[in-house]
Design a protein around this ligand. Structure first.
Ligand SMILES: [Zn+2]
Length: 213
């Protein structure tokens, strides 16, 4: 069975969004220290690595990650190769993508090479979606959109229009995908955030299964 793991490894040396909590995975109980088990304490922001945003991330009355339906998180998905675009994913870039017949779209850009290279520092020069691109994705009926760096929105945005357009239209957003080893085409997506009650997001294990396997 051909399964592509799009999840970046979670570890203290990974890049995290500026001012977000860092990753720390200390042993709260330790066999080496004489405890009867190893038990790791998980310390990280909810938007660490490959993760999913919930409406509560930007809306005070928005729903939490536990309310994102499994029907959205699992199903037919199309991967688009935008590794050659010079700038952000704008309306023209989205127009290049044949979105007919799908409601889930993942965009592979040059960002994915950052994960392939195992970069450790956050780089604000990543490729994201801009407002007119997000608007077209909503108009085309997308229910889920995935990008390959830590935000769907360009760095330094003040009003966060892209998050508001997508989350406001109930589009589920996956960020931090590593699509470097995946060819464009149709797959079954399986994206599993933790069931954190009311939370603004959650790290997720995200995989693609080749159709028909
Ligand atoms: Zn996020």
């Amino acid at each position: 069975m051909a399964i592509h793991d799009l999840t970046v490894p979670v570890h203290p040396g990974m890049p995290v969004w500026p001012k977000d909590p860092g990753v720390s995975l200390p042993l709260a109980r330790s066999l080496a220290r004489g405890d009867d088990t190893n038990v790791t304490r998980i310390e990280m922001g909810a938007h660490t690595g490959t993760h999913i945003d919930a409406p509560f991330h930007f809306k005070p009355d928005g729903t939490g990650i536990d309310q994102v339906p499994l029907e959205t998180l699992i199903g037919l998905c199309r991967v688009f190769d935008l590794t050659d675009i010079p700038g952000h994913i704008d309306r023209a870039a989205v127009e290049r993508c044949d979105l007919r017949g799908v409601t889930r779209a993942l965009f592979k850009t040059r960002n994915s090479q950052r994960w392939a290279r195992a970069e450790t520092a956050f780089d604000p020069q990543f490729i994201a979606i801009v407002a007119d691109g997000a608007q077209l994705l909503v108009e085309r009926g997308m229910k889920l959109v995935g990008v390959d760096y830590l935000s769907v929105e360009p760095f330094g945005s003040k009003q966060h229009p892209v998050h508001h357009i997508l989350l406001g239209a109930n589009v589920t957003v996956i960020e931090g995908l590593n699509l470097s080893a995946v060819a464009p085409g149709d797959y079954e997506l399986i994206a599993m955030p933790l069931r954190l009650r009311g939370a603004d997001g959650s790290p997720a294990r995200v995989v693609l299964r080749k159709l028909g396997t």
